[in-house]
Design a binder for this molecule. Sequence first.
Ligand SMILES: Nc1nc2c(c(=O)[nH]1)N(C=O)[C@@H](CNc1ccc(C(=O)N[C@@H](CCC(=O)O)C(=O)O)cc1)CN2
Ligand SMILES: Nc1nc2c(ncn2[C@@H]2O[C@H](COP(=O)(O)OP(=O)(O)OP(=O)(O)O)[C@@H](O)[C@H]2O)c(=O)[nH]1
Ligand SMILES: [Mg+2]
Length: 439
Amino acid sequence: MTRLGLSDTIAAIATAPGSAGVGIVRVSGPEALSIADGVFRGRRRPSATRGGRFLFGQLVAGDGEVLDEGLCLVFRAPRSYTGEDVAELQTHGSPAVLGQVLARLLELGSRPARPGEFTQRAYLAGRLDLAQAEAVLGLVNAGTDTARRQASLGLSGALGERVERVAAHVTRTLAAIQALLDYPEEGVPEEDRDAPLTAAAAELEALVGTARAGQVATRGARLALIGPPNAGKSSLLNALLGFERSIVTPIPGTTRDYLEANLSLAGMPVTLVDTAGIRETEDTVEAAGVRQAVSLARSADLVLALEDGSLPREALPAELPGDARVLRVRTKSDLPAAWTDRGTLAVSAVTGEGLPELREAIHAALIGDAARGEAWLTTERQADAARRALSHVRAARLLSDELAGYELEEALRSLAELTGRDVGEDVVDAVFRNFCVGK
Ligand SMILES: Nc1nc2c(c(=O)[nH]1)N(C=O)[C@@H](CNc1ccc(C(=O)N[C@@H](CCC(=O)O)C(=O)O)cc1)CN2
Ligand SMILES: Nc1nc2c(ncn2[C@@H]2O[C@H](COP(=O)(O)OP(=O)(O)OP(=O)(O)O)[C@@H](O)[C@H]2O)c(=O)[nH]1
Ligand SMILES: [Mg+2]
């Protein structure tokens, strides 16, 4: 990795491939403006222009041929996205023009940017923390408004601030413990040692609790419909979708292969998975479907476990995952009930009764307590760091002062990792590898 101030000059097309009204090529680094001089011809040279200005002119190839007319935006270090000198060449959004402009910039001494390298430079210049850089990626990829909102909150630094609040509590406890160890006779009030730690644990628990919501918002959730044959799985899938996607018959064992259908549930992308009814069977094909159903239930974000409410109750399949990931549903509520149970949601695929409540329960199970206006953990890397910080804080609460100090230092290290103040190059490289070129 290049170090700040010693970096070379990078260039890339910043806009999406394909034709568009306008397209942008960016060049960033110490030579950015003099390199831009070689491709842009206007009333002034980019290198003779103050930062924050734009020039109108022509883009010219190496042999002097005019490629297009366009604008050159001039940014001067440190007042730019990357913190370096940056020139943006804004042309008509033609892949042919953009390709020629980029080729000329490379000829003049810049090199092609790696994926995410502009944002990586912004991070290395201290203009963004790692959670904010991840939010940039989240914004570029946001496919739903919930994902967009979370990424935008992350970019504003809201997640970093949440993490700093926790870190401040931990630091206070560490200071109190240090004082106790250094001057045991003076004593530190219990509140100084324990209260901040209790607050830190509570805030971290809330934060860790948002990881699931963050993941669901950014990459969607898979919901498996599971239950015995004829429970009404395919009918419920169709009812939630609003059209007949899956075959329904009165014959048990109708669904054999699993089937997926996408829908948006309260602004979140959800994939419903209809599966074969789970039962003991001699039929080789059906048995394969049953095994598939069980493994789909295990890998799903949430399982809807269906039981026919019009028939005597049987035990749920033993292979289902733990309670936290299962919503229990009593189907066919339009028929006389053979049993009831307050822990199940009653629905009818025929009348639609209970469907709004089911949608609500699915939303609650996926989003949990994550408050809408607060910043969530949106990547597995962030969630992992927050979970480690929480386990260190929890451990510290059970330990004597001396040992607690060590755990708290570890907790602070994990929190620093979350925002990227204390991470190795490999972690940073892994984050930016997921970006596209030009970002
Ligand atoms: N054309 C264009 N649009 C874009 C970007 C870009 O780089 N180019 N961005 C990114 O890809 C995003 C905007 N982000 C940016 C963040 C900071 C600065 C910047 O130059 N900041 C300086 C100057 C601020 C000022 O003049 O007030 C600074 O913070 O010092 C530019 C873009 C989205 N839209
Ligand atoms: N009255 C009533 N009948 C229902 C309801 N849901 C499903 N059924 C009927 O129950 C039978 C089985 O429905 P399916 O949706 O195929 O059940 P399944 O769980 O997908 O069954 P398999 O694919 O065989 O595992 C069909 O005859 C449906 O018409 C409901 O809400 N009310
Ligand atoms: Mg079925």
